[in-house]
Each structure stands twice: as C-alpha cells, then as structure tokens.
Design a protein around this ligand. Structure first.
Ligand SMILES: C[S@@+](CC[C@H](N)C(=O)[O-])C[C@H]1O[C@@H](n2cnc3c(N)ncnc32)[C@H](O)[C@@H]1O
Length: 253
C-alpha cells in the first residue's frame, strides 16, 4: 500500500501524508492524556478565573465576537427564537461576558438598561467605546464568579452566551447563587454552557448539562428548558460546535 501511494503521488506528497497521520495521532493522544489528568487531579485547565482574565484581556476584539457566529441565519435565529423569546422587552438586564458586544447591541435596543459584567477590563473598554452613544448601559468588572454592584432583586433577566462554556463548576456554583440574589422573583436567566465536561475539546470547562441544572436548582431556580439544538423555519441549528447547550431558568415567585 505504502509503495503504491509513493509511486502514484511522489515523495513530497507522501511525506506530508505520513506527517499528517502521525501528528493527528499525537494530537489525539495528547488531548486524551491532558483530559484524563485534568479530571484525576482536579486541575482547572484553561478555565480558571485567572486564566480566563489573561486570555480575554489579550484577545483581538476587532471582529466584535462575530468570529464565533457560524452564519448570519444562525445569529438571527438565536436572536429571534432564544433571546426574544426569553428576555423581556423594556427590562433591566445583566449580560455576563459581553466580549465585543455581539449580543449587547440587541439587548440594548430592547431593554431599559443593560449591565455588562465582564472579567476583562479590555472587553468593558471595547464595549464602552462601541456603545458610547447609548445611555442605558453600565459596566461592571467581576472577579469571575459574582455580579458586584448589582442590587438584590433588581434585575428582570440575565443573558450569557459563549461565556459559561469557559467557566469551571466552582465559579459557576458561586455565579448561580449571585444570579439568584440579583434577579427579581419571576426573573429569568439564559445561559449557554458546555455539556460534557470538556471531553469534546473546544477549550470547554468541566461543566456538564446535568451539573448546570444541579447548580441552578440548588441556588433556588426552576429550570424552564435545556436544549442543544433547535429548528427554525425548517432549518436545524446547534447551540455550539462541542455539544454545548442553552439552559433557561427562572426565579420562583
Ligand atoms: C468567547 S468570549 C464571548 C463574548 C460574547 N459573549 C460573545 O458571544 O461574542 C468570552 C467572554 O467571556 C468573558 N469571561 C470569561 N470568563 C468570565 C467570567 N468568569 N466572568 C465573566 N466574564 C467572563 C470574557 O472576558 C469574554 O468577554
């Protein structure tokens, strides 16, 4: 087989093919080893608050987060079928991890006020420049597990997309308690997160689908929905590339 490939394609092409197979095998084994070690030794991987801060402070935000938008139809569908369905109009909203403002733009259009909470000062700076004309936005720097400066029971809805996929369960647990504190009775939350503890790669945290439900329920929330995909106008969409999910929850009352 090797000789036939060499004969038909030449030395250079065949060498690249060998290198491709070899490096794929090395990458696969390395990932399995680091995943196993992270779980066994309870390492934070790249998902601690400290590393998230470092990573996102130095991210190039020129694309305003649209590098994570797989298609304009997908984004439109997230806005129409998830955001508009659950985030009430004219409310007070907290967005956790606005990044370059990919969702903040729409939240600002439909809300009385948006509090943008991020672990990265750079993200808050980028958003404050991008939305400098808006009078209904304020910015809060978080240590990565809470919502400082947000008053108890003052918020109608919480939105966070492509953020909790990178946050470990230890910090998610603290966030759940603080989200319960700031939401008014009947207030809702929509959080996008990982489901398989990072096993699919994509630099996901140790969160699982059931882990998210457990953390939210133990903070006092009711779970409204949890889904990994949805259909809109006959087209199927996924919450993320790595089996990610969206969980919708509500503070009783
Ligand atoms: C992948 S970007 C997503 C940005 C934006 N939500 C979007 O979808 O385009 C991750 C964002 O989460 C923020 N972030 C990461 N860890 C955080 C934490 N523990 N608390 C708050 N924000 C965090 C980062 O600073 C960054 O703004």
């Amino acid at each position: 087989m090797g000789k036939a490939v060499l004969k038909e394609n030449g030395v250079i092409w065949t060498s690249y093919l060998r290198f491709y197979y070899l490096s794929s095998a090395v990458a696969e084994r390395s990932f399995a080893a680091l995943d196993e070690r992270r779980k066994r030794l309870h390492l934070p991987g790249l998902n601690s608050a400290g590393l998230n801060k470092l990573i996102w402070e130095s991210w190039d935000w020129n694309a305003e987060g649209e590098e994570w938008t797989p298609s304009p139809e997908w984004k439109r569908s997230v806005l129409d079928t998830i955001l508009a369905k659950h985030i009430p109009e004219n409310g007070k909203v907290v967005e956790i991890g606005p990044g370059g403002g990919r969702w903040t733009e729409t939240l600002l259009e439909r809300s009385d006020h948006v509090t943008a909470v991020d672990i990265s000062e750079e993200c808050l700076k980028v958003c404050s420049e991008r939305f400098s004309e808006s009078e209904n936005i304020s910015f809060v720097l978080t240590p990565g597990d809470c919502l400082p400066e947000v008053e108890d029971g003052s918020i109608d809805a919480i939105w966070s997309f492509d953020v909790f996929v990178h946050i470990n369960r230890k910090e998610v647990s603290k966030y759940a308690i603080d989200m319960f504190r700031v939401l008014r009775p009947g207030g809702v939350g929509v959080i996008h997160h990982g489901t398989v503890g990072g096993e699919n790669g994509g630099w996901r945290s140790n969160m699982t689908a059931q882990g998210m439900i457990d953390e939210l329920e133990s903070a006092g929330f009711e779970i409204v929905d949890q889904f990994t995909e949805w259909t809109d106008q006959g087209k199927e969409h996924q919450a993320g590339l790595y089996g990610d999910a969206v969980t919708v929850f509500k503070k009783p009352g």
